[in-house]
Design a protein around this ligand. Structure first.
Ligand code: ATP
Length: 608
């Protein structure tokens, strides 16, 4: 369906109404300003038909091809029936359906494909049944309004940090408000008779009492002895719960520090013990330049490596492979304030701000035993020597058989993934075309550098994706987590490296530098469309299949639809954007034989 056919089909799905008389086939939705249609440079980005006395049913499936559509609002009308299938529109960011007469249960997985959804308003309707659990898995959800309905059952646990506004008041919800939602005020839950928990001031009865189905008024009539027993049980449970909470809080507080502690505690007995340490040939470690393969006495005095007491033999804790940010050791990391950044396919990442003011990221790698200590040392040392403005060079590493650390400079603006899809509130920097083009050019320059440095490698980068592209203050990109293919255990590599999500690996386990070109294509399409690629997910649930989308749009000559509406005003640059979409498509050809090579992609991009 063309845009205009799609809107006319939507119109015919609800009852005739003079308020949408401007929607007629002889005119155009954007140019002729159809009622409620919001266009951003010729692309339909919103439908706002609130307070227009509309009624009947809504068929949203007909809007499936409106790829620029981000917002729909039908508030305060008289629509009836079950929840309309706006979940077929997987790119929607805001949905306002409050103040209608929608009714019935919402399927639990209704929102499973709506990975971009940020704001959902379904308040003041007649919905029943449980709150759909799929809402708890929407990564960018910020506002959720379900108040004044008849939702029942327990509240599922919303753990998203993005969620800042929630209203579940005046429903029939029951049970305990999940602990993860304690930051929300009592008013968010009021008017639910059977709800209990901290902020409501109604302590919950013990599970045993609730599950036994005993009516509280009947319980009151039971003997004093039973009351006392129940009260005692309740007290024990409350005390236990508080103890657990306090322990948990203490544990979380000390967790990050412990994480670092663990890294160097080799679980040695307390008495002095001889350990063999293979000292890297020219390591600039904090214990500087030990002779290779030296036998070092390790005891209580020197257990906590990183304290570089001169002359004290100690285990080599942190091997500095690049001194650009100075020389530091494990103890400096241990003294640092640390925070968890995330958990990726290769391991978890922590930010640590050291006493010197230098901020670093420490990444714990789990599955890197393919080469052994010397091989690992050689590879990281080699990476540590790389110098290119679009490459983030690691600063140091720590080696243990069961776990490795790689330390890099912290890049304050964070990743391209966060810039494109993160929740920035109102402070998200404008992502105009020149900025996006600059980012893409920086990425290919960095990638080209790696392909030259690792000309003999099967997979020079191996893990190119938006979370591994960090941006400095001027939006200059720096590639991260590259050249790990030779290090990663064979069985873990497909899970850990995005390069192995290329079709030739998935189908035939073929690895080549062209896998990096495929990843580059995904990043290009992600940057132009601002869509989260489904290719980044392991379960193909959520995100947008940008490859399929671009290939079909090109075949049908409707590439304009893919361009992020935020860039719609840059009319002079649309030709360039479409050229870049074609380059992205050529990079993501599923057959590597038909895929352009990196040099060709770079030549075309540099010509833009
Ligand atoms: N040096 C850094 N500076 C700033 N942010 C960083 C840095 N390194 C990683 N991050 C961010 O920390 C988060 C977690 O990183 P991590 O590398 O663990 O996950 P990932 O990139 O999603 O997966 P993978 O393990 O496959 O690389 C990501 O959002 C990433 O962009």
């Amino acid at each position: 369906l063309s845009d205009y056919d799609a809107l006319l089909a939507l119109k015919s799905s609800f009852s005739p109404n003079p308020n949408v008389d401007s929607w007629v086939s002889s005119s155009s939705p954007c140019k002729d300003k159809w009622t409620g249609i919001i266009c951003t440079r010729g692309i339909i980005s919103g439908i706002r038909l609130g307070n227009l006395n509309l009624s009947g049913k809504l068929d949203f499936e007909v809007l499936k091809d409106l790829h620029g559509l981000r917002t729909i609002s039908f508030i305060n009308n008289s629509f009836t029936g079950p929840i309309p299938e706006f979940n077929k529109l997987t790119s929607l960011r805001t949905v306002y359906m409050s103040g209608n007469q929608f009714s019935g249960e919402i399927p639990q997985d209704f929102f499973a494909q709506m990975g971009s959804l940020k704001k959902l308003w379904l308040s003041d309707n007649n919905f029943t049944g449980q709150i759909p659990e799929s809402l708890t898995r929407l990564p960018y959800l910020t506002e959720l309004h379900l108040e004044n309905n008849n939702f029942s059952g327990q509240i599922p646990s919303f753990t998203q940090h993005s969620l800042t506004e929630i209203d579940l008041s005046n429903n029939d919800l029951e049970g305990e408000v999940p602990a993860s939602m304690s930051k929300f005020p009592a008013s968010a839950f009021s008017g639910n008779q059977m709800l209990c928990g901290g902020q409501l001031g109604t302590p919950c009865k013990s599970t045993a009492v609730m599950e036994s189905g005993v009516d509280p008024s009947a319980a009151e009539k039971t003997s004093n002895a039973e009351d006392n027993k129940a009260n005692n049980m309740l007290t024990i449970i409350i005390v236990a719960v508080f103890t657990v909470i306090i322990l948990l809080a203490m544990f979380i507080k000390s967790r990050t520090r412990q994480d670092f502690d663990l890294l160097e505690k080799e679980r040695m007995p307390e008495e002095n013990v001889e350990v063999k340490v293979v000292a890297p040939a020219s390591a600039s470690s904090v214990h500087n330049k030990k002779p290779a393969d030296s036998s070092l006495r390790k005891g209580n005095g020197s257990r906590r490596g990183g304290g570089s007491q001169s002359g004290t033999p100690a285990m080599i804790d942190l091997v500095v492979v690049n001194e650009e940010k100075g020389v530091f050791g494990m103890q400096d990391l241990m003294k640092a304030t640390a925070e968890v950044l995330g958990n990726g396919g290769l391991g978890s990442a922590y930010k640590a701000v050291m006493a010197t003011g230098v901020s670093v990221v420490v990444k714990r790698m789990r599955e890197m035993n393919k080469l052994g200590r010397e091989g690992f040392d050689a590879e990281i040392r080699r990476i540590g020597q790389l110098k290119h403005r679009n490459i983030l060079t690691p600063l140091a590493y720590h080696y243990r058989k069961e776990e490795k650390l790689v330390v890099s400079e912290y890049v304050p603006r964070g990743s391209l993934l966060y810039l494109l899809h993160g929740d920035h509130g109102s402070s998200r920097p404008e992502l105009n075309w020149p900025t996006r083009l600059k980012i893409i050019k920086g990425i290919v320059r960095g990638l080209n550098f790696l392909h030259e440095e690792y000309a003999n490698s099967e997979l020079p980068h191996g893990n190119l994706k938006s979370s591994n592209i960090l941006l400095d203050e001027d939006f200059e990109p720096r590639l991260n987590d590259y050249a790990f293919y030779p290090l990663i255990n064979t069985t873990s590599a497909p899970q850990g490296l995005f390069g192995l999500k290329s079709p030739e690996w998935v189908q035939h386990q073929i690895v080549s530098p062209k896998c990096d070109v495929y990843c580059l294509g995904i990043v290009i399409l992600e940057i132009i469309t601002s869509k989260f690629p489904s290719q980044y997910l392991n379960n193909s649930k959520g995100g947008v299949d940008v490859v399929q989308w671009v290939h079909s749009a090109i075949a049908e000559k409707r590439e304009e639809e893919l361009i992020d509406p935020e860039m719609a005003n840059a009319t002079n640059s649309h030709t360039e954007m479409i050229k870049l979409l074609h380059i992205g498509a050529a990079c993501t050809e599923s057959n590597p034989e038909n895929r352009i090579d990196l040099k060709e992609a770079i030549r075309r991009i540099e010509n833009l």
